[in-house]
Design a protein around this ligand. Structure first.
Ligand code: SF4
Length: 436
């Protein structure tokens, strides 16, 4: 398909999304609720401005010192008996994780939410090798059932209204489930319980990893992250290199910045810190690894364009992103069309920049043009990222690559011919006015 055809197809999909009443209902319900909760939470956190400022300092410093942090993390993880691996790209990461699963003869893998594995299409890679993968975050579980990509980085099934979820889970369970959040949640809990115990491998993401002790920080509400990282005998943590911070105290600061912005909570129900595999020395002070938790811990970091981004003055600030989703919830375009239009694996305009580096310019080029440059995202971003400024830079690169969207190509000739960018004859300028 040519670029012009892809762009036309994208415009058709935008039109379909705008006409999708179910989608609009779900987006209205969710974005308004999260936005209001965030506002309430921030007003109740007296030291929030300190946390936000400190989080920015930590990320700015960390992105400047990535090679050093990678080396320290490797040493810390290995000293604790864990295994460290730096994957250069998505293929490398998927093959490495699949190899570990095969070495452990894994038939079933449970996962907690990880955007990095969405980025690499890890589930597909494991399933192609005959390994069953079960997402345990409720939203991820639902989109896995629907065979869809996440439409939000925090609330992946935000596009699904409860009526649709009830239909989906009723089909799965063979029971008639009502569109009631409480009852639907109970049904998923029942389905997932035994999976944690049966799984040979648990895969998690990380909200931060501290280089001092190789400590993994996991921010969750459901409690699934704890099950996934403790019940199976092998834990694999997958994260982008930008998640590294120098110290445990820095990791906690990042978690404190994430919570109110992501879900409107002062703190989430669970913040887990994992430093090395499970161990005991209760019998004659002899260390035994693998007690109630995993015997083996792997930390797999992903580059996939991040090190290049860290050196690019136009875009390196995108790596400060803590994936809170506040910019997405406030975006007026996202609220109308959702993340399947306004995204590839990462959504929103911060997602367009990340997509450019992780998946290439072509994947980002359509939705980079959905931004109206209203600046609402810049206003709410806790990391002070200039998202709109980066969108402008991204569009510059799209144009330089010869991928100007077809309607914009007419712009200079329209101005010359009609004295306006829209190609409308000047005599129609007052057509919108009603006659008095
Ligand atoms: S760009 Fe800012 S607001 Fe958007 S997800 Fe990242 S940290 Fe949050």
């Amino acid at each position: 398909m040519s670029w012009d055809e892809s762009f036309q197809e994208f415009r058709d999909r935008v039109r379909d999304a705008l006409n999708n009443q179910r989608l609009r209902t779900a987006l209205d319900r969710a974005t308004e609720t999260i936005y209001a909760a965030r506002k309430r939470a921030l007003s109740r956190l007296p030291y929030y401005s300190y946390i936000e400022k400190r989080a920015r300092e930590i990320k700015t410093w960390s992105i400047e010192h990535l090679p050093e942090l990678i080396q320290s993390t490797k040493e810390a993880v290995e000293e604790l008996g864990g295994v460290f691996y730096l994957a250069k790209d998505a293929k490398d990461l998927n093959e490495y994780v699949a190899k570990i699963c095969e070495q452990h003869d894994a038939k079933l893998v449970v996962k907690s939410k990880s955007m990095t594995t969405e980025e690499t299409f890890l589930n597909d890679a494991l399933e192609q090798r005959g390994i069953e993968v079960v997402e345990t975050d409720l939203g991820e579980f639902l989109i896995q059932l629907k065979k869809e990509a996440p439409s939000h980085i925090v609330v992946p099934a935000v596009h699904m209204p409860k009526e649709e979820i009830a239909e989906l889970l009723s089909r799965l369970t063979g029971k008639s489930l009502p569109p009631d959040a409480e009852k639907l949640t109970r049904a998923v809990r029942e389905i997932l319980r035994e999976k944690y115990i049966k799984a040979e491998v648990g895969i998690t993401g990380a909200n931060a990893i501290s280089a001092d002790f190789g400590t993994i920080f996991l921010v969750t509400n459901e409690g699934n992250g704890r099950f996934v990282s403790t019940a199976p005998p092998v834990h694999i943590c997958v994260a982008g290199v930008e998640k590294l911070v120098p110290t445990v105290a820095d990791g906690l600061t990042i978690c404190q910045a994430v919570c109110p912005n992501a879900t409107g909570q002062l703190l989430t129900s669970y913040i887990s810190l994992i430093t090395g595999p499970s161990r005991t020395a209760d019998i004659e002070l002899t260390t035994v690894v693998g007690v109630h938790g995993p015997r083996e811990l792997y930390i797999v970091l992903l580059d996939n364009g991040r090190m290049k981004m860290a050196k690019d003055p136009d875009f390196k600030q995108a790596l400060y992103c803590i994936k809170c989703g506040a910019c997405i919830n406030i975006c007026p375009v996202y609220r109308e069309v959702g993340g399947h239009i306004m995204g590839y694996r990462y959504v929103g305009e911060i997602g367009a920049v990340l997509t450019y580096f992780y998946h290439g310019l072509e994947k980002a080029a359509t939705f980079a043009y959905t931004c109206t440059e209203c600046g609402a995202c810049n206003h709410v971003c806790p990391m002070g990222i200039d998202i709109v400024g980066m969108v402008e830079k991204l569009r510059e690169r799209i144009v330089k690559a010869g991928m100007t969207p077809p309607p914009l190509r007419e712009l200079p000739s329209n101005v010359e011919k009609y004295k306006n960018p829209f190609g409308e004859p000047p005599e129609k300028r007052t057509a919108w006015m009603t006659e008095s």
